[in-house]
Ligand binder design. Structure first.
Ligand SMILES: [Zn+2]
Length: 886
């Protein structure tokens, strides 16, 4: 066991801060060989902290990798006997009731490869302070419940860093000697240190504006490197849409005079909602028709909105402690998915959310790092920026929305913002506001925040012909997770409908009385609160087909003995688009699972072919939904559904089904491709996106079976493409095809064309790393040696190593264990420079218990090798030890 084992931090140990900071006045002197940070902090004892009031507790400030240059209290240097400095804390023993502390620290942003705190990305300075990065800048009570009013003066060379940005509004600027200059920013809103931001660089400014609902004009500014000047428009438009939507939907107005977005190439996360100064990973904000796919545009719109929405759900009302992370993330993800649904298709958005949840979050719930939406303990908070906190957290808020209905939910959110504006609060405060506004008791519902794991609903039914009654039985169980057993039933909103034999919606009368009134609804949300429920539906003259868990109304697994006939029926007739898609997925899963290890003479069910033929051929169907329905369940999801998974066998079975479909539907695919060719100019509306998606799916299938007509269509599409979706669609199809020369030629041409654009080169890396054909380990090593690869850039690391281990499952799970060994080696290498990224990349190994013994043993061995690395970081320690624990 290494000596640097990180401590476990428990929610139950929470104590209010002993000291509060009213104002934090910062002065940064930025140089090429480091930065000097002068901080003047106005402290007072916290009236809510008894210990501090009575005995005058010592002042403890967090600090990490800092060089303390001076420490002055109320104008006098603090005697060395009155303070001590450790790796993590600065402790001042005797302090008065009120005092001003002046701290000067020296830091080295140019050597900061962890990308936490203040660091250099290419030629610019930038920050990332969530969760605990501010302590890498200066000594401070770096916890979200200490909120101060910040002012920030930045001094730097004027030629190299003409743009100097921080939170709030600019109040002063001027020139200094030696070619330097300064700008001072003041943020009138008290905020925790994690929302602090600073940017300095030679950046191009793009301006826009937005007039709020009360008529205030807000300056919108986007700062990018000059080469990206044509890639800002979409983000700025998305921002304005988000600002208007938040006013209309939540009544929330922006509060500063200026709102800024900065794009940074080297960034651990997607983006960060610093007050008034959002910092984005370039890949999540820069886009043009030529360089970004439809999916990238969609992601940008949702991330820009997400970070903007945080201004209320996160910044104005923030988290008391990091156990409450989902307070801001769950609610804000819910808000951004609502927004995306409103901007495009709500059904398609729901399918996308559910896909992430079922493929990856359910896997997290079933793995060694399983934790509740509000965890009870952690070692490194950076390991808890998880799908459970974000997307399951959003599902929990969504269920409250479903239970309360939109009007009461809005009343609840109004009350929450009003009651807690300017405070640091808990998930419980959020639920309480929803209860108080609606009069609903959400006591049992709170278990969603406390209990980890994915609830499982086992459903059975029978039909009593003589009484005309349909019985539906639902049993709820919640599996054990590390540290949690014997869990309580949760409060689950379960939406359903029943279909008659002609596909018509049937009235859902839960009793004879309801039946007599003849006004029963055709869809209901049943509330499950017990371990088992039985429901009766009256007045049915035939056995209905149930449409279960409509809209995916809760993040649960459902098992029901569907027949293939029922699934085909739901695919064609269900009025709920989500369940039509889901029925198709379940049918495809059933067919693929039947093919795993099946002898050659077993054929693919002709009914699946028929169903797909109908989807591809019928142009009257909702084409955006069809585009989603044509995507077969991924290998990752199929593996998630299987205990003792043999990934290569799953991959072969899926491929066999896919090829069978492509051969059987070859003519329909060509027709679908031709029907969806765009003749007019490029558009980004949902219809155009659906057309491109269908065309690219058809092309991919045709090239999978080496179809010559498909090949010529693909070559033409690649050559003539006026947008990245089409170009990338053709490139991907060739990369995954048997046309070796075309693959090499198009990859080469693509690189030559876009080599000067890092975001596009990332796509070029990942399309190769994720492919069965080009993602062989020898080629992955070659990509790591490529001149465009950069070990300091998280996007490049994710594009090669992340895509290989996370998407190229058939090569990652090579039976010889080489994929596991490769990942272990890279994770160990990265742990020394960027432990946060290393701890995220290791994730595919952590689920080793899931796989067949010949795989799991080798995965476990790879994890042990990481465990035994010298100087293992705390980040990696937590993930690896928890994964190996019994
Ligand atoms: Zn967020």
């Amino acid at each position: 066991m290494p000596s640097n084992q990180p401590q476990t931090i428990y929610l139950s140990d929470y104590k209010v801060p002993a000291y509060l900071v009213d104002t934090a006045d910062l002065r940064f002197e930025l140089f090429e060989d480091g930065a000097r940070v002068h901080s003047t902090l106005a402290f007072r004892r916290n009236p809510d902290c008894q210990e501090s009031q009575e005995t005058g507790a010592p002042l403890q400030l967090h600090g990490d990798s800092l060089k303390l240059e001076s420490l002055v209290l109320n104008g006098e240097a603090v005697a060395t006997s009155n303070y001590s400095v450790s790796d993590e804390l600065l402790t001042v023993n005797q302090v008065p009731q009120h005092f001003t502390l002046q701290v000067v620290t020296w830091i080295e942003p140019q050597n900061n490869t962890r990308l936490e705190g203040l660091y250099k990305s290419a030629a610019m300075f930038c920050t990332q302070c969530e969760a605990e990065g501010f302590r890498c800048i200066t000594y401070f009570p770096d916890r979200p419940d200490v909120m101060a009013r910040f002012s920030t003066r930045i001094e730097a060379d004027k030629t190299a860093y003409p743009v100097l940005l921080s939170n709030g509004n600019p109040v002063e600027q001027g020139d200094l000697s030696d070619g330097r200059h300064f700008v001072t920013w003041e943020d009138p809103f008290p905020k925790p240190a994690y929302l602090f931001a600073l940017v300095a660089g030679d950046l191009l400014e793009k301006q826009d504006s937005f007039t709020t609902m009360s008529g205030r004009k807000v300056d919108l500014r986007m700062y990018v490197e000059p080469r990206n000047s044509e890639k800002c428009e979409y983000a700025l438009d998305s921002l304005k849409r988000a600002m208007a939507w938040d006013e209309q939907t939540y009544g929330r107005e922006y509060d500063l005079d200026i709102f800024m977005i900065v794009a940074v190439d080297d960034f651990n996360m997607g983006a960060m909602e610093n007050k008034g100064l959002n910092i984005f990973n370039s890949s999540c904000v820069l886009a043009s028709q030529e360089t970004a796919t439809d999916m990238a545009f969609e992601r940008i719109e949702s991330i820009v909105a997400h970070e903007y929405f945080h201004n209320w759900s996160g910044n104005r009302v923030t988290c008391r402690d990091w156990f409450q992370l989902s307070l801001k993330e769950g609610f804000t993800v819910f808000r951004d998915t609502q927004f995306s649904g409103d901007m495009g298709s709500a059904t398609v958005k729901r399918i996308e959310s559910a896909t992430v949840l079922r493929t990856a979050q359910f896997a997290e719930d079933a793995g060694p790092m399983a934790h509740s939406v509000r965890p009870a303990s952690y070692m490194e908070i950076t390991n808890f920026y998880t799908l459970t906190i974000y997307v399951k957290g959003a599902e929990v808020v969504r269920m409250i929305h479903t239970l309360l209905g939109p009007d009461l939910f809005r009343k609840g959110s109004d009350l929450y913002f009003e009651r807690h504006d300017g405070q640091a609060v808990t998930t419980d405060d959020f639920v309480k506001a929803m209860e108080d506004a609606s009069g609903r008791d959400l006591g049992q519902f709170r278990l969603w925040y406390e209990q980890a794991g994915t609830p499982q609903l086992a459903i059975s039914d029978e039909y009593d012909e003589s009484a005309g009654v349909y019985h539906l039985h639902i049993k709820q169980t919640l599996p054990d997770t590390p540290g949690q057993t014997d869990k309580q039933p949760q409060h689950i909103p379960f939406a359903l409908g029943l279909l008659g034999s002609r596909g018509e919606a049937l009235a859902l009368a839960l009793s004879a009385e309801e039946l007599a009134k003849a006004d029963a609804p055709q869809e209901r949300v049943l509330e499950l609160t017990e371990a088992s429920h039985s429901f009766e539906f009256h007045g049915l003259s035939e056995r209905p087909v149930p449409s279960l868990l409509r809209h995916f109304s809760a993040p649960v697994r459902v098992s029901y003995p569907w027949t293939r006939e029922q699934l085909l029926f739901l695919m064609n007739h269900d009025s709920d688009g989500f369940n039509r898609w889901d029925a198709g997925q379940r049918l495809a899963i059933d067919v693929i699972q039947q093919m795993i290890g099946a002898p050659k003479d077993v054929t693919v069910d002709a009914r699946l072919v028929g169903a797909f033929r109908h989807l591809i051929s019928d142009a009257d169907l909702d084409q955006a939904l069809v585009a989603k329905m044509l995507v077969l369940p991924t290998v990752a999801y199929l593996a998630e559904l299987t205990d003792g998974a043999d990934v290569p066998a799953i991959h072969r079975a899926r491929r066999r089904v896919l090829k069978h479909l492509a051969i059987a539907l070859r003519d329909e695919l060509v027709a679908c491709y031709r029907r969806n060719i765009d003749s007019g100019p490029y558009q980004l509306g949902p219809e155009a996106v659906a057309r491109r998606s269908l065309r690219n799916t058809a092309l991919a299938w045709l090239l999978l079976i080496n179809d010559e007509e498909g090949r010529s269509l693909g070559l033409g599409q690649y050559r003539d493409a006026d947008n990245m979706t089409d170009r990338m669609g053709a490139l991907k199809a060739f990369v995954n095809s048997g046309y070796d020369d075309d693959r090499a030629a198009s990859l080469n041409d693509f690189y030559q064309t876009f080599q000067h654009d890092p975001q596009v080169v990332e796509q070029w890396f990942s399309v190769q790393a994720a492919s069965r054909r080009t993602g062989q380990l020898s080629h992955i090593h070659a990509l790591l040696e490529h001149p465009a690869f950069d070990w300091k850039n998280p996007n490049k690391i994710r594009a090669v190593i992340g895509a290989f281990a996370g998407q190229n499952l058939v090569n990652f799970h090579n039976p010889d264990g080489s994929g596991y060994q490769f990942l272990a080696d890279q994770v160990c290498k990265l742990d020394d420079s960027n432990p946060q990224i290393a701890a995220r990349l290791v994730s595919p190994l952590t689920r080793w218990r899931k796989f067949a013994p010949e795989y799991s043993q080798q995965m476990q061995a790879a994890l042990m090798q990481i465990r035994d690395k010298e100087n293992l970081s705390g980040d990696l320690y937590e993930v690896v030890y928890k994964s190996l624990a019994d």
